[in-house]
Ligand binder design. Sequence first.
Ligand SMILES: [Fe+2]
Ligand SMILES: [Fe+2]
Length: 358
Amino acid sequence: MPNDRILVVDDEETIREIVCTMLGGADFQTRQAASGTEALAILESDDDFDLVLSDLMMAEMDGITLLGRAKERYPDMPIVMLTAVLDIQVALQALRNGAYDYLPKPFEREQLLNTVRRALEHRRLKRENDAYRTKLEELVAARTQQWKTALSDLKRSYDMTLEALLGALDLKDAETEFHSRRVTAFTMAIAREMGLPKENIEVIARGALLHDIGKMAIPDAILHKPGKLTVDEMAIMKEHCYLGYKILSRIPFLADAAEIVYAHQEHYDGTGYPRGLKGEEIPLGARIFAIADTLDAMRSKRDYRDAQTIQAVRKEIETWSGRQFDPQIVKVFLEMPDNIWEDLRKDIHGQDPALPKV
Ligand SMILES: [Fe+2]
Ligand SMILES: [Fe+2]
């Protein structure tokens, strides 16, 4: 492009003058240097050149040295070497060292202009390409950030949905909410001990947290009845598993957790409800939950009995291994230290001093 600035380096003044005249005639701006040292000094004080044309053989700092130094400082600036025909080996070395091209002396005006234009075009394309790549990288970074923000917004709204569901159940039956939170912590602790992947644990945790959500649809007279339930009332109470499943299975991010809710009262030997599922037909999360649920029930004080000791819980769970509980998970549970459960309980109840003492 005319008005591009070119630094012409040659120790012979006549050649510099000829070259600059040829370039000036094509509207290029030029500046002259009589040696490699002078050229470097000019570039140092004014680095706004688009191209360097340099002789190879010069007394004070030859073209190859200048090329090396200039490429170090200005890697994107094309350098074209002017050589005597005999210098062909040196010219090839210059190309290997990063010169864009070489022009054997003597050359015609058109040869010079063609080489210069090609070199400048090359520089322009390279710059465009670099700018495009930078822009692309910026775009990718911006999109990634947007995606991360959207994902964390989504996660937050998931959590808010869970809290809202649990809050709704709390209005109906406050005790259930605390029970749900404790059972979730116990279930997650066992699942972690089993080495389950984080994603599975998340699903299992949602299932545990919402396992009794179906109780929202159970009449208060049954839910809060002080005495023993009749057979009919018990049948209605047992519907909470399916009702919970129905509430959650329509919410896409809770669909897997809904399966755990549906199966949370099943027994390993098939004697549970509502479907009488057996062994591995019961989702793994529900099998883990069953142990956590018994642990919580036995460790909680009831109107008719005190909280039972952790030793009693261990004994009960061991006794029912292979019947109510999955023996593999019982094994994991029994190997876990007893203090975990009390610590988790305290953690949950420490969150809110208004929680009932259990
Ligand atoms: Fe429960
Ligand atoms: Fe339940």
